[in-house]
Design a protein around this ligand. Structure first.
Ligand code: ARG
Ligand code: ZN
Length: 869
């Protein structure tokens, strides 16, 4: 039932090329694959992966095999005796119109499309469905001319033939070898916008973005993002595009966000379509970063690919790192880093602390689909970033050049990557590689001492890492800690201590390798203030009992903006914990005035950027708090949240109002990241002010909703109105529905705003919405925006007064039967079961048991849920 990394064996055959012919019809489709094959392991039988496609015929060198010459199981096709070199021809039949799993070849709104990563090529035909079998693809697609005027696949467009009978046939050839998970096909009636990009060596690339007819006007931002990405990769990494065409296709029914198929990216339409009326600033940002992510995969993923799926982070961690760097350059590096770390903490730290914790390079699994996690993606990106911190940016670029020099065209491992970065920089990453093999978030304990007579400051660092499933003990990690010691003015002191070095960017780095190390800094005339883990240089949890005075000093003065905000979060998190404890004891909820005053001072500070102020105003998320608290008591969390936010609203009322007035109504149609940050800040201000339910403020919110000139403002106001129990709420929700009922990408926001509402009736409303005519349980975006959003509503999902667990379990069971990948993405809502109070925990566990008892449950959901039991 499980597969193991240690069982990896290199393939027994080399495939020189493959021809795929697709004949697309309404009731069934035919696929004929013809491969030129050479045996590389003498005597090996031919073993092909295949799950589901109906086998029509199999021929070796033109001769059809009869059923005694092969063995067919539900997962494999085996031919015992095959020559050393032969032509293999396989014909299969599929019904894409009935494919609800949305994996392999399926139909979305009348468009044929594919999703083959990770292992769904095997649902199309019998093949070597493993990334280390790379070959050249020639593809033909034959279909009805009127229903499917657009016929796309990877690589170069050779020709389109009119077959005369109302059908036509397109010929494609991809000049680059690739594994089958990067194969793609699209056939449908689509609109398109076109542009070009000339690479720095002079190749003129045709760029095309396809979407449903009538939606072309919403494709321009995706196109601009693509051009920016192409330029950035040339400048930052010297990487150019390698085909004459680059196509992006927006599809409404798509399990994930997007897919980097060679030359033919297929995207969830929510990550392509955007204009001022239909997309928020966040959507504009996400589109830019995901378009970039998929584009960057062309080198990190496609040109250099994976040896096996356990290496998934080789391409995903690296490509996330690259898209984060890109976004930093497009927006603001400081706030980008804060956002990335917030995301890491909310999702990945929770994963690492839970029952599904796994290493960045796992060594076993049940379902490869379950590898698409924040550990593989986001922690994987942190591992790459730590390498860059250790060798510096220049050194990292040297290592990347070496990686492509060594491995272009190959299927490789995370170890190959680590070697390519470390060796040209004269570094030894043997210990560092534990970041790939050991799961769990390490803790670094910080202890400081100052000896005034010796003018000596000592820093003692101790690391540890709690056990994770299958890993009871851990070896010490190699942890790069970016540090500074600040004088009373906040100036960075020169450091010369054993064990502290300067990287090629001139930053002080401590490389902690032992379980405990002591660093001594001499010549300190006064006790310096420590700024440690600057820029979040390693994905660890700091255990540091810093003096409140030092924390407030850092909030005000640390030249590292990440740590200014980080120390404010640390203070806020302590206040939150205190409020939660008081709420559980039914004590009065009062908030430390010093913190409120510091926040107010920051709002008034004209030197601080609006983007930074917005980050400072944001309190730790409830998901982050739930990781820290011993008990997840939803009522106490709710009370604490309200008390904290109301206290800020009261203390900072004037500053918040002034902020709102300063930025409201300014450049409402400009989506530049700077203007977006102004809007974010003023909408956060409005959100805080609305906590007091002051009628004057609610009037502002209502006005903003009705007069909004962009979706960001409209949604921000709607989120406020959706928390009310007044006709204002219904009026706005009804209006929004009427406006967007035929536009599912936008309507999804209407589902989400209701599913994430903190009102006590949310569960009932979510239940009713699952019966709403606009809700389609077979559409992944609908499920994510209503049900997954509700699952992330920590307060209402875990509300002891309702029975959300039972409803949610029913949803998982129903969806799993149709689409295992979508169902398994709902399972994370149960991640906090171990923290619930006994009665709630019993309820949750009995629902999980009920799901796992479903015999036909997919291995995806089963793997994620049974670990909780
Ligand atoms: N490789 C894609 C990306 O990160 C994601 C594909 C998701 N596939 C999946 N089976 N969940 O860009
Ligand atoms: Zn990716």
């Amino acid at each position: 039932e499980k597969i193991f990394l240690k069982d990896y064996k290199s393939p027994d055959f080399t495939v020189d090329n493959v021809n795929l012919d697709f004949i697309l019809n309404e009731d069934f489709c035919r696929v004929i694959s013809q491969s030129q094959v050479r045996k590389t392991t003498p005597g090996a039988p031919l073993l092909l992966n295949g799950e589901g496609p109906k086998l029509i015929s199999i021929k070796v060198d033109g001769k059809a095999l009869d059923s005694s010459q092969y063995e067919l199981t539900s997962e494999e096709l085996m031919v015992k005796d095959v020559p050393d070199q032969f032509t293999l021809e396989i014909e299969t039949e599929l019904q894409p119109q009935n494919n609800t799993a949305l994996e392999g070849l399926y139909k979305s709104n009348g468009i044929f499309c594919t999703q083959c990563e990770a292992q769904s090529f095997r649902t199309i035909t019998y093949f070597w469905d493993r990334p280390d079998v790379m070959t050249s693809y020639s593809v033909t697609i034959e279909a009805d001319k009127t229903k499917y005027p657009v016929l796309l696949s990877n690589g170069d467009r050779l020709k389109v033939e009119d077959l005369g009978n109302g059908r036509h046939k397109a010929y494609w050839k991809d000049p680059h070898k690739k594994p089958c998970y990067l194969f793609a096909l699209v056939a449908g009636d689509l609109g398109v916008i076109r542009d070009t990009f000339t690479t720095r060596s002079g190749r003129k690339v045709n760029l095309e973005v396809y979407a449903a007819h009538g939606k072309q006007d919403r494709c321009h931002h995706a196109m601009e993002s693509l051009k920016k990405s192409m330029k950035w990769d040339e400048e930052a990494f010297g990487l150019e595009y390698d085909l004459n065409d680059y196509m992006i296709v927006a599809i409404d029914d798509f399990n994930a966000g997007a897919m980097e198929n060679k030359g033919l990216n297929i995207f969830n339409s929510r990550l392509v379509l955007a204009d001022t009326a239909s997309a928020t600033d966040t959507d504009f940002f996400s589109i830019e970063s995901v378009v970039a992510h998929e584009y960057f995969h062309n080198w990190t993923g496609n040109r250099v690919t994976l040896r096996d799926w356990f290496q998934l982070s080789l391409k995903e961690g690296l490509t996330v790192f690259r898209d984060q760097e890109f976004s930093g350059d497009m927006t603001d590096r400081g706030t980008q880093r804060i956002d990335d770390v917030d995301g890491l903490r909310a999702a990945q730290f929770a994963e690492d602390a839970g029952t599904n914790a796994h290493p960045v390079r796992p060594d076993s699994c049940m379902s490869v689909d379950n590898f698409f996690t924040s550990t593989i993606y986001e922690k994987g990106a942190e591992v790459i970033r730590m390498m860059q911190t250790i060798v510096g940016r220049k050194g990292f670029r040297k290592g990347m050049d070496e990686y492509f020099r060594r491995h272009d065209g190959q299927a490789v491992t995370t170890e190959d990557f680590a070697a390519a970065i470390s060796e040209p920089n004269g570094k030894d990453f043997t210990q560092f590689r534990r970041w790939y093999s050991q799961a769990g978030t390490p803790t670094v304990k910080v202890q400081e001492a100052y000896d005034a007579s010796k003018k000596e400051y000592t820093l003692t660092l101790e690391q540890s890492c709690a056990p994770t499933p299958g890993q009871p003990t851990k070896e010490p990690f190699h942890i790069p800690l970016m540090v500074a010691l600040l004088d009373k003015q906040g100036k960075e002191l020169p450091l010369n201590a054993k064990g502290v070095h300067t990287n090629s960017d001139g930053k002080y780095i401590i490389e902690l390798r032992e379980a405990r190390e002591v660093y001594t800094f001499t010549g300190m005339n006064e006790k310096p203030v420590l700024s440690i883990l600057r820029e979040f240089s390693a994905p660890v949890t700091l255990q540091w009992a810093a003096a409140a005075d030092d924390l407030y000093f850092l909030v005000e003065k640390d030249p590292d903006s990440f740590n200014r905000r980080e120390m404010a979060q640390k203070l806020a998190s302590d206040i939150y914990s205190d409020l939660i404890a008081k709420a559980r004891k039914k004590e009065a909820l009062t908030v430390e005035p010093r913190f409120l005053k510091a926040l107010n001072a920051l709002l008034l500070d004209t030197k601080a950027s609006p983007a930074f102020k917005a980050k400072m105003l944001q309190l730790p998320s409830l998901h982050v708090l739930a990781q820290k608290e011993a008990v997840l008591d939803a009522n106490a969390f709710y009370a604490a949240r309200n008390a904290f936010r109301t206290a800020i609203a009261k203390e900072c009322r004037q500053a918040l109002l002034d902020t709102y007035r300063q930025y409201h109504g300014v450049e409402t149609k400009n989506h530049d990241s700077k203007v977006g940050a102004h809007r974010r800040l003023k909408n956060m201000a409005l959100g805080y002010l609305a906590e007091t339910k002051d009628p004057e403020i609610l009037k502002l919110a209502s006005e903003q909703y009705w007069k909004a000139e962009n979706l960001t403002d409209r949604m921000a106001a709607m989120a406020i109105l959706a928390e009310l129990d007044s006709p204002e709420r219904t009026k706005a929700l009804d209006h929004f529905y009427q406006e967007w009922k035929n536009d599912s990408v936008v309507l999804n926001k209407w589902f989400t705003v209701q599913a994430t509402s903190l009102r006590p009736h949310t569960l009932d409303e979510v239940k009713a919405l699952t019966k709403h005519p606009a809700f389609n349980i077979t559409n992944p975006n609908n499920v994510y925006s209503l049900l997954r959003a509700f699952g992330s509503n920590l307060i209402r999902f875990n509300d002891p007064q309702t029975d959300a667990f039972k409803f949610y379990a029913d949803c998982i069971i129903e969806i799993d039967a149709k689409n295992p990948q979508v169902a398994s993405r709902l399972c994370a809502a149960f991640n906090f079961v171990q923290k619930l109070e006994p009665a709630m925990k019993d309820r949750a566990l009995s629902e999980i048991k009920r799901i796992v008892a479903v015999e036909t449950l997919s291995k995806n959901s089963r793997e994620l849920l049974q670990s909780a039991l």
